[in-house]
Design a protein around this ligand. Structure first.
Ligand SMILES: Nc1ncnc2c1ncn2[C@@H]1O[C@H](COP(=O)(O)OP(=O)(O)OP(=O)(O)O)[C@@H](O)[C@H]1O
Ligand SMILES: [Mg+2]
Length: 243
């Protein structure tokens, strides 16, 4: 049984078909890459999986064999499907550690001190401990992206959904982000990562899906997918020469 099974996800906004019958599955510990042109439905797919703000018009999602059909957003996160957003969503006026504490489920905070201990350990793991008491709005883009990932990890996901974690990063920071995602994956957490940075997708994904106009245009081994003439035509263009 797959860890995450997505079957026929469909969503329209008025006349616009944002997702049409998208299906895939991932196994425990797998990394799935998700690419596609702007507006092809990538973020909408994450919205539908997590029901933030609403679920799909049609389709089924199962996590560990359990249907998400009747679950609300917070129950889905608690069941282990946790996302980060495409834009920074930290609370810039709160300190870095407070940002982690507010995202920790109550059961992982047996007491205030113990909760701080868990949060500090997570921050240390991702080289953010030195920033713990700084307002998160002041720590720079790369550290804020790492902080968003840490706050997601504080929710103890089975599957982590990352929406463009490398957007706006320099080349060395992209490399560091790849290493960081590998580090998360090595804990046994499955990852679905949306990116336009193809080098990141090639470095991480076991499986790559390309969406176009809300439909799966291509899927499979990442190196084959980026050379697929339909993908080059619709999305990559001459960028495919670089990979
Ligand atoms: N709440 C909404 N209401 C109306 N239209 C929406 C809504 N959310 C998304 N859309 C539309 O659905 C389509 C898919 O958007 P989505 O954000 O999923 O694209 P994306 O693949 O993530 O693009 P990008 O690479 O630019 O982030 C777009 O045409 C977008 O304008
Ligand atoms: Mg998007």
């Amino acid at each position: 049984m797959a860890l995450l099974e997505v079957d026929g996800l469909t969503k329209s906004f008025g006349a616009l078909s944002a997702l049409r019958g998208v299906s895939f599955s991932i196994e425990k510990g797998e990394v799935l890459g998700l690419a596609g042109p702007n507006g092809s439905g990538k973020s909408t797919l994450f919205n539908m999986l997590t029901k933030i703000p609403t679920g799909p018009d049609a389709g089924e999602v199962r996590l560990d064999g359990q249907s998400l059909k009747r679950m609300r957003a917070h129950q889905i996160a608690r069941a282990g499907l946790v996302r980060i957003f495409q834009t920074e969503t930290d609370f810039g006026d709160l300190s870095v550690i407070e940002n982690v504490l507010v995202s920790m489920p109550p059961e992982t905070q047996p007491g205030r001190r113990a909760g701080r201990g868990v949060a500090m350990a997570l921050l240390a793991e991702f080289d953010l401990a030195d920033h713990a008491d700084q307002p998160s709005g002041e720590i720079g883009v790369f550290n804020r992206k790492k902080l968003m990932i840490v706050t997601a990890l504080a929710r103890q996901p089975k599957v982590l959904l990352l929406d463009e974690p490398a957007a706006g990063l320099s080349k060395p920071e992209v490399k560091a982000m790849i290493a960081l995602i590998k580090q998360i994956n090595a804990k046994g957490i499955a990852v679905v990562v949306i990116e336009h940075v193809i080098s990141l997708l090639l470095a991480l994904s076991e499986q790559l899906i390309v969406l176009n106009y809300g439909e799966v245009l291509a899927r499979g081994n990442p190196r084959d997918v980026v050379r697929d003439p339909a993908v080059v035509e619709a999305y990559l263009g001459s960028a495919a020469d670089d990979v």
